[in-house]
Design a protein around this ligand. Structure first.
Ligand code: KG4
Ligand code: ZN
Length: 407
């Protein structure tokens, strides 16, 4: 897909041509809401951080299309998401991404029953792009606009995946959402009156999110951005070599279900600073990154056994902490299942450790696929479906809420 500014000129202006919007075969809202047997197809739009995404999901469970345009290449050289650049990229990508989602679903805009859009939390300028576009589509099409909490989207990503294999996580569940922006534990119960879920926050990070710690540690080791996927693979590249430093369990005072990852990141930083033998290899990796060599196969030969063992020790500490606190919460609350979602849920060791340790306690653990773990719009459309059924619509006064709470 050509996402450069010039790409605009090449796009047929279907979405914006006034005449066409007026010719659309509009479905009366009441018919959609009242006819239970009709399949409800929701267009989801997500633009809270650095992914512009659109998807069409039928009845909150069947993914008809899911398109994600990542901005990683734009933010990479800054080692993190730059809000102003994120908004600008969303503006460039939102139209072609929505168009692609509709094409993949073999649908016209007129076939969409409602539009679900991420209201927050996230970067305000980034959120506003999706919200403004969603509002405009909803008004032009005379379809309901359903505001969605991004975190509720992550919860629904787990249910979407479970539905694919005909499973249904039992409630109450304990849900860990772990990404670059969030590390938070919720208790999830059914809200029978509205046919939605009810959430209670059990704990959250007091400083860095787990994904943020991955990204910062990767940066200081000269391993590029984002850090999670590469550290995930490097952590298992060496076994026998003893760790050059040991990280004990992470202590947090007060709530035992709160997280803290900035101390661990700082411990890695101090260890590297105190050991000058790391410096030449970090430099050589940084030079490789400048040459565009950022793949696992290209960086692995530039990592000493000591570095690989350090990465392994870092990942062990993160995974141990996430799993320990989540399982303890599930036990205390007598949860029926555990849900894990967000970018870091793509981590192989986290998945394997959860599977093993939850099974030992007789608990079932559910993850989205890797593609549904990271930000996407299918999860937004799925979450929107239940809010749609509950009649929770927004009007044109809908605004972005960068710190929107789920509970
Ligand atoms: O959910 P997400 O796409 O966006 C946010 O809402 O942050 O998560 C991105 C985060 C990044 O910090 C990235 O390093 C991390 O998820 N991540 C991983 C893995 N894949 C992505 N962390 C650990 N292991 C992975 N395999
Ligand atoms: Zn997210």
């Amino acid at each position: 897909m050509d996402l450069s500014i010039r790409g605009y000129e090449k796009m047929p202006p279907t979405l914006y041509r006034r005449g066409e919007i007026h010719r659309l075969d509009l479905q009366p809202l009441e018919r959609v809401a009242q006819n239970e047997s009709m399949s409800v197809r929701i267009l989801g739009i997500e633009s809270s951080c650095d992914e512009t995404a659109a998807a069409v999901v039928a009845d909150g469970r069947e993914i008809l299309s899911s398109v994600v345009a990542s901005q990683i290449d734009v933010h990479r050289k800054y080692g993190g998401v730059v809000p102003e650049l994120a908004s600008r990229e969303h503006l460039r990508q939102i139209v072609p991404v929505v168009r692609e989602a509709l094409e993949q679903a073999k649908m016209r805009l007129a076939d969409v029953d409602a539009i679900g859009v991420t209201q927050g939390p996230g970067l305000v300028g980034a959120l506003l792009v999706g919200i403004t576009y969603g509002k405009t589509l909803a008004a032009a099409l005379q379809k309901p606009l359903v505001p969605v909490n991004h975190l509720e989207g992550h919860v629904h990503a787990v249910f979407l995946e479970a539905h694919k294999s005909g499973r249904e996580p039992e409630l109450p569940a304990v849900c860990l959402i772990v990404s670059g922006g969030h590390t938070v534990l919720y208790e999830v119960k059914p809200d029978k009156a509205h046919g939605t879920f009810e959430y209670r926050k059990i704990g959250q990070t007091r400083d860095d999110a787990a994904g943020e710690a991955y990204d910062k540690v990767a940066k200081l080791l000269g391993l590029g951005y984002p850090g999670g996927p590469i550290l995930d693979r490097l952590a298992t590249a060496t076994n026998g070599v003893p760790a050059p430093v040991k990280f004990g369990s992470i202590k947090t005072r007060g709530n035992p279900y709160d997280f803290s990852f900035s101390g661990l990141k700082t411990a890695v930083l101090y260890h590297v600073r105190e050991h000058p033998e790391y410096t030449p290899e970090i430099r050589s990796r940084e030079e490789a990154l400048v040459r565009g060599e950022r793949k696992y196969e290209q960086l692995l030969p530039l990592c000493s056994a000591q570095t690989l063992a350090l990465v392994r020790e870092f990942q062990n500490a993160v995974v141990r902490d996430l799993v320990d606190r989540t399982l303890a919460a599930a036990e205390e609350l007598s949860g029926e299942s555990i849900l894990v979602s967000g970018g870091v849920a793509a981590n192989s060791q986290l998945r394997a450790t959860f599977e093993e340790r939850a099974r030992a306690k007789g608990l079932e653990v559910f993850f989205p696929s890797r593609a549904l773990s990271t930000d996407n719009a299918a999860m937004i459309a799925a979450a929107a479906y239940y809010r749609f059924r509950a009649g929770q619509f927004a009007d044109t006064s809908l605004n972005a809420d960068p710190s929107l709470k789920l509970a």
